[in-house]
Design a protein around this ligand. Structure first.
Ligand SMILES: [Zn+2]
Length: 261
């Protein structure tokens, strides 16, 4: 039994599985259509953060921070060591020392994995985000990079750029090549309306970026000469403590970037 299995426990697995089955019927506390740049919001302990695709795959860089103490945040190295390179359903999301505890749990992941010779999978845990220096070095231009977007998202939750940390790469289909150790990615398996759900085991600040690398399908040479399309996402927060929604539909959120409460 790994440390992660011991921490998770069978009872917790049942709790998260039950919650996952009910998430879409729960009262939705907020929803936001994000079609460019960065975004940040608070997710109370016990609430569920859903990040969904509105058109097609889009790489989303996600920072998760303890809302009560921003010095505690997602720990990418610990995550990879304990859970592997990719995040999926029932995967704990580990935080930094000294607490080294579960900050969140991935309770939903609708992406249907298609096996391939490279053994890539969506939702990388390795923790990088692009920044202006990398884009200028490799592409010779400066789009709205994940660093820029995360900085804007951090500002939305009252934090500065120094709160940006190594992050999760949602809808990024990747692997570390076992012989060379090189990072490799290819087209995402995700499709329109796929989503990933995170249960907040502690009060969270969720800050994200729509990566200018878009769906991840652009060839390296395209970075220099083209504006790679960025596709919109829907960010929703569900509240189990508020019970089931009386009339909640996913469709009514699309196209309405508003906050309900
Ligand atoms: Zn990026």
């Amino acid at each position: 039994m790994t440390l992660a299995d011991k921490e998770r426990g069978p009872a917790d697995a049942a709790f998260y599985t039950d919650l996952a089955a009910r998430t879409s019927q729960l009262t939705r506390r907020s929803h936001h259509v994000i079609d460019h740049g960065g975004f940040g919001c608070r997710v109370a302990k016990g609430q569920i953060l859903r990040i969904g695709l509105l058109e097609r795959a889009q790489i989303v860089d996600l920072c998760l921070t303890n809302a009560d103490d921003p010095t505690e945040h997602y720990a990418s190295g610990t995550q990879v060591a304990l859970e592997g390179l990719n995040i999926t359903r029932l995967c704990p999301i580990w935080g930094t020392p000294p607490n080294s505890r579960r900050l969140a749990t991935c309770i939903g992941d609708t992406v249907v994995h298609r096996d391939n010779p490279s053994h890539t999978r969506d939702h990388g845990a390795h923790g990088a985000h692009c920044n202006p220096h990398h884009w200028m070095l490799y592409a010779g231009r400066h789009p709205d990079t994940c660093y820029d977007n995360l900085r804007a998202g951090m500002a939305m939750v009252g934090l500065g750029q120094h709160a940006i940390h190594d992050n999760i790469n949602l809808f990024e289909n990747c692997v570390l090549e076992p012989y060379t150790g090189h990072y490799f990615l290819q087209d995402s398996d995700a499709e329109r309306h796929d989503h990933v759900d995170f249960y907040a085991d502690v009060p969270l600040l969720a800050v994200l970026s729509l990566c200018p690398y878009g769906s991840g399908e652009a060839m390296d040479e395209d970075w220099r000469v083209t504006d790679i399309p960025v596709y919109p996402i829907l960010v929703e927060v569900f509240d189990p403590s508020a019970g089931a929604a009386r009339a909640s539909s996913r469709a009514d959120a699309i196209g309405k970037p508003s906050v309900e409460s």
